[in-house]
Design a binder for this molecule. Structure first.
Ligand code: FMN
Length: 113
């Protein structure tokens, strides 16, 4: 009923694997919301997300404005504990998931209507 894409940024764009995955399907995407967790350097991957949103509207996905952006992702990685989020990351994740639940309910009703 909803998607969360975890996305790095390569040359200001989404990775080719994302483009390939979107191209591979169609009906499975239709009428569903999507949010992003993006990461990279200073931009936190937001340029890649903006490009991805434009592509997703073509397959009738509703991209959300809420999302989690993680600039300088390497600074939040621990060799033993993995990713260590900040309070801001956690808050953004909560806001994003709450919005995704609301949109998923609304669009489920739309698909069944
Ligand atoms: C070819 C290449 C291009 C990249 N371009 C960007 C970029 O435009 N913006 C950015 O923030 N990071 C960029 N990066 C850094 C990647 O986002 C970073 O290495 C990230 O960890 C890659 O994710 P992955 O290891 O999950 O594939 C680039 C890295 C590579 C190898």
């Amino acid at each position: 009923d909803a998607y969360v894409f975890v996305m790095p940024e390569y040359n200001f764009m989404p990775p080719p694997a994302f483009v390939n995955a979107v191209d591979y399907l169609y009906a499975e995407w239709n009428g569903k919301p999507a949010a992003f967790v993006s990461y990279g350097g200073q931009s936190g991957g937001v340029r890649a997300v903006q490009a991805a949103k434009q592509m997703l509207t073509t397959v009738q996905i509703m991209p959300l404005v809420e999302g989690v952006a993680i600039p300088m992702v390497g600074e939040h990685l621990d060799s033993e504990k993995g990713f260590i989020p900040t309070d801001a990351h956690n808050l953004a994740a909560k806001v994003t998931l709450d919005a995704l639940v609301r949109w998923s309910r609304a669009l489920k009703a739309m698909r069944e209507g």
